[in-house]
Design a protein around this ligand. Structure first.
Ligand SMILES: Nc1nc(=O)c2c([nH]1)NC[C@@H]1CN(c3ccc(C(=O)N[C@@H](CCC(=O)O)C(=O)O)cc3)C=[N+]21
Length: 294
C-alpha cells in the first residue's frame, strides 16, 4: 500500500483564502489593514525567491506588504535601525527578518530587538517562552503549518508517539513543544542520537527537520506512520540540472507510511500561509479586537 500524499499546496491555498476573508472583514469593519514587513539582508538568490513569494501572497490576501533590502555588507547597527523603525511604525503589524543573516550580524540580537507583538516568525524568546507555558504567543510558521496538516490528517493527536529529527530553534524545538501541547509523547532526535533508525521506527508521527537530503530511509518509517518532511534541499541530478528533495527519501517512505508530505508542495507553502495568518493574528491583538472568523 502506498501512502496518502498530503497536499500542502492545496491546504495552503485554503488557509490563504481564509486569511483574505479575514482581511476583508478587518478593513470593512475596523478600518484595519494588516501590514507585514520583510527584511532581506544580502543577495542570496534562494532567499530572494522566498521574499518575492511572501510579498506576492501578502498582496493577494489584501494586506500591506513592505520589503526592506540591505546590502550583504550591512552592519548590525543598520539592521537594528530598520527593526526599530518597523517596531514604531503603526501600519506594520508583522516583522520578518529573513535568516540566515550575514556573519557580521548577530542573529540573536536582531531577533531580540523585534517587538514580540510584531514577531510573526515567533522566534523571540518571549514568544518561545509564552508558547512553552501555554500562554497566547506568536508561533513559528513552519511548525504551526505542520501541526495544521497533522490535525487535518489525523484529527486528535493525543497519545501518539511523535519523533522530531532535528533540534533547531526555528523548527525542531518549537515543533516538539507544539506536539507536546497536543499531548503527544515527544522524542527529539539529533546528530548524537544513538540508533536513529530504531528511534524513528517508534514514531506514529515522524517530523524530519535536519537539512540533509534524503537522510531518512523508508525502512526507518513505522508502517502506517504520518511523515512530515520539513527539509528543502536543492541537489544536482545526474544530468547536471538541480531539483528539490526533502530530508526523507520519498520514493522509499511513500511505500511504508500512511501519509506523507511531498517536497516541494508540502510544508513550504504552508509556512508562507501561516506567516499571513500570524500577521492577521498580530494585527488583531495589537488593535485589541477579536480575530474575525469568516
Ligand atoms: N525569518 C525567517 N523565517 C522563515 O520562515 C524562513 C527564513 N527566515 N529563512 C529561510 C527559510 C526557508 N523558508 C521557506 C518557506 C517556504 C518555502 C516554499 O514555499 N517552498 C516551496 C517551493 C520552493 C521552490 O520551488 O524553490 C515548496 O516547498 O513547495 C521554502 C522555504 C522560510 N524560511
Amino acid at each position: 500500500m502506498t501512502a496518502d500524499i498530503i497536499d500542502g499546496k492545496a491546504f495552503a491555498a485554503q488557509v490563504r483564502e481564509r486569511v483574505g476573508r479575514q482581511v476583508a472583514v478587518l478593513k470593512a469593519e475596523s478600518k484595519l489593514t494588516p501590514g507585514l514587513a520583510v527584511v532581506l539582508v544580502g543577495e542570496d538568490p534562494a532567499s530572494k525567491v522566498y521574499v518575492r513569494n511572501k510579498g506576492k501572497s501578502t498582496a493577494e490576501a489584501g494586506m500591506k506588504s513592505e520589503e526592506i533590502r540591505l546590502e550583504a555588507s550591512a552592519t548590525q547597527e543598520e539592521v537594528l535601525e530598520v527593526v526599530t523603525r518597523l517596531n514604531e511604525d503603526p501600519s506594520i503589524h508583522g516583522i520578518l527578518v529573513q535568516l540566515p543573516l550575514p556573519k557580521q550580524v548577530d542573529e540573536m540580537a536582531v531577533l531580540d530587538a523585534i517587538d514580540p507583538a510584531k514577531d510573526v516568525d515567533g522566534f523571540h524568546v518571549i514568544n518561545t517562552g509564552r508558547q512553552a507555558v501555554g500562554l497566547p504567543a506568536m508561533v513559528p510558521c513552519t511548525p504551526l503549518g505542520c501541526i495544521m496538516m497533522l490535525k487535518d490528517k489525523l484529527g486528535e493527536l493525543s497519545g501518539l508517539n511523535a519523533v522530531v529529527v532535528g533540534r533547531s530553534n526555528i523548527v525542531g524545538k518549537p515543533m516538539a513543544s507544539l506536539l507536546l501541547a497536543e499531548s503527544c509523547t515527544v522524542t527529539i532526535a539529533h546528530s548524537r542520537t544513538k540508533d536513529l533508525p530504531s528511534v524513528c521506527r517508534n514514531a506514529d508521527i515522524l517530523v524530519a527537520a535536519v537539512g540533509r537530503p534524503e537522510m531518512i530511509r523508508g525502512d526507518w518509517v513505522k508502517p502506517g506512520a504520518t511523515v512530515i518532511d520539513v527539509g528543502i534541499n536543492r541537489i544536482e541530478k545526474d544530468d547536471g540540472k538541480t531539483k528539490l528533495v526533502g530530508d526523507v527519501c520519498f520514493s522509499e517512505a511513500v511505500e511504508i507510511a500512511g501519509a506523507i508530505t511531498p517536497v516541494p508542495g508540502g510544508v513550504g507553502p504552508m509556512t508562507i500561509a501561516c506567516l499571513l495568518a500570524n500577521t492577521v493574528t498580530a494585527a488583531c491583538r495589537q488593535a485589541g479586537i477579536e480575530e474575525p472568523n469568516p
